[in-house]
Ligand binder design. Sequence first.
Ligand SMILES: C[S@@+](CC[C@H](N)C(=O)[O-])C[C@H]1O[C@@H](n2cnc3c(N)ncnc32)[C@H](O)[C@@H]1O
Length: 312
Amino acid sequence: MEGFLKSNVELDFLVSKLVLQIEQEQSLSQTAKNALQLKFLSQKQIIENKDIIDNIPNSLKLGMSLEKQLVTFTFADIVERTINRSSVDPFIIEIGSGKGYLSRVLSNYYKKKTFCVDLNKERLKSNLRINRLVQEDSNMEVLTRLNKKALISSNMAVFHKSLGTESDFKLILKASRDFFKIRECINKTLFQVTIVGLHLCGDLPYTVLDQVAKNRLESERNNVHEESVDVCNVILVPCCPDKITLFPKSAKVRFFMQDEFAGKHIAADLFDGCITTPINIIDLYLYAIELCFRHVEIVYVNSGRFALIASI
Ligand SMILES: C[S@@+](CC[C@H](N)C(=O)[O-])C[C@H]1O[C@@H](n2cnc3c(N)ncnc32)[C@H](O)[C@@H]1O
């Protein structure tokens, strides 16, 4: 009996069922569980995160609305804490960096070497332009070419590339390694990296998880010893669920929907205009577990956004 879940009531019912299911079989923290039940930004959350906004220099807030600041700075703080907790190198690849609001905070405020990847050349240019303005504040402006498609501005590089296939991912890792190597000790051959993505539309979060898992398998099989980039953490905030074509990707969600909902699909228009939805983050969470990421967590960011943290 095929069909569609058409109303928000049905969708909420599915989410509650899935949360119960995850609770039984996985270790879903109380915070994550509460987060999945949050739908609106409350005044309390704005106040909780105000400190983060106040600490960030004004030059890094250029062109950002209050909501953008709340989401970006809270996410940057989550990235910083994840890197510290896992004691890995301060190297970041940002997929879908857009105009670079997040990467400028990560590279200038949190002092992480940040490699920005985007398929949109204009947004990369805008990122560089604003980063150079920020650098001028401290008289540190530098702009060098890493290769044909990548430019370096101080602690940050921008790379024009669309991530889709395995070979795209390999190219991104290779170019990022050339950037991370700069000013590092000549004997350093292993570069531990955290991949981040804020507001990754539709299927892109699934692509990132797939490529990271595939790359890990391959390097384990080949026992890579030469200079390499080792992806240790992936931290993603999905958006635009109406553009997802792969949902549900997790075998568990698929099985569960078949079992409990007689194989019904979710009507795509239920997601129209949504920035994010708990069902999407639940599917990503379970999919990451199925791909054998070691530590997987859902964290509430702000303004209705959720982040998936998956560590290898
Ligand atoms: C919604 S924007 C988010 C931008 C930024 N992260 C932010 O939060 O302001 C998504 C960005 O991802 C880029 N993008 C989309 N698909 C991509 C892909 N397959 N590879 C690289 N970049 C991609 C788009 O060009 C766009 O800049």
